[in-house]
Design a protein around this ligand. Structure first.
Ligand SMILES: NC(=O)c1ccc[n+]([C@@H]2O[C@H](COP(=O)([O-])OP(=O)(O)OC[C@H]3O[C@@H](n4cnc5c(N)ncnc54)[C@H](OP(=O)(O)O)[C@@H]3O)[C@@H](O)[C@H]2O)c1
Length: 245
């Protein structure tokens, strides 16, 4: 029985890095279900860029994680293709740079749904399929540790994800499943594609290493956390020394 991984938002940035890292160490019988929200072209690019022998291990699935109903459809399709999950990575996330005073309830709700509420219920649905000794990993954010972010709603959802991580440990205790989160600082992904050089310079000044992290640095850490049998209820920061400088 091969190892089965499910990763949401696995076709871009950090999620793609984690998917590729898992695939690198995988055997031919292992499978990885990789979801994306909207960008089919990017999803196909991810698949096509993989070494040929790894491509057949990947099952791409479109699933809009801002919608409870779409998440349930994804879960139904997943259950038709596998009866177990070893590793579950809840990574898909969104943000807004809108100022708090301009927030609408609809925008707030959409971000809270994508980053928090839908993952909560996805994990409720998938919990029975997780194997004994399995591993759940959330992509949190350092913006959920420190209220530095220009995006209030984003920081609030990520802080909630960190608390959810610790709270779920008890729920998964009977099967010895570990639940952890990573909390990255500023990582170079398409997330930052609209950022100006002035903005990069301003942020880099606050980071002791004076640069954004790479996807590979985060993916290596995520893989180490997923693989570690004793880490449980941990939220692991990776931010190059943000605020220490
Ligand atoms: N980059 C950073 O500096 C940083 C720092 C801390 C934490 N993070 C966290 O890392 C995670 C990944 O971010 P990233 O920087 O790698 O961004 P990214 O390159 O923009 O990737 C985001 C991924 O999430 C998917 N996604 C977005 N909305 C979705 C939805 N409604 N339903 C399903 N999937 C959806 C995207 O798929 P589509 O494009 O197809 O919709 C894409 O695969 C997020 O949770 C983010 O909060 C990022």
């Amino acid at each position: 029985m091969g190892k089965v991984t499910v990763i949401t938002g696995g076709t871009s940035g950090i999620g793609r890095g984690i998917a590729e890292r898992i695939l690198k160490d995988s055997g031919a019988e292992d499978r990885i279900f990789v979801t994306y929200g909207h960008d089919q072209k990017k999803a196909e690019e991810f698949l096509n860029d993989l070494p040929g022998e790894k491509r057949s291990q990947v099952i791409l699935m479109k699933a809009d994680m801002s919608s409870y109903e779409e998440m349930l459809k994804f879960v139904a399709k997943l259950k038709a293709q596998t009866d177990h999950i070893d590793w579950l990575v809840s990574n898909a996330g969104v943000s807004t740079y809108e100022k708090y005073e301009n927030y609408t309830f609809e925008e707030w709700t959409s971000i809270v749904n994508t980053n928090l509420s839908v993952p909560v219920f996805m994990i409720q649905e998938l919990r029975p399929m997780l194997v004994k000794g399995g591993s759940v990993l959330f992509t949190g954010s350092y913006a959920g540790q420190q209220a530095y972010s220009s995006s209030l709603v984003y920081g609030v959802t990520k802080a909630a994800i960190h608390f959810l991580t610790k709270s779920l440990v008890k729920e998964f205790e009977p099967k010895g499943i570990t639940v952890n989160a990573i909390a990255p600082g500023f990582i170079e992904t398409p997330w930052h594609q609209a950022r100006t050089q002035e903005s990069y310079d301003r942020i880099n000044k606050k980071i002791a290493l004076h640069r954004f992290g790479t996807v590979e640095e985060v993916a290596d850490m995520a893989f180490a956390v997923l693989s570690n049998g004793y880490m449980n209820g941990s939220v692991v920061d990776i931010h190059g020394g943000y605020d220490y400088y």
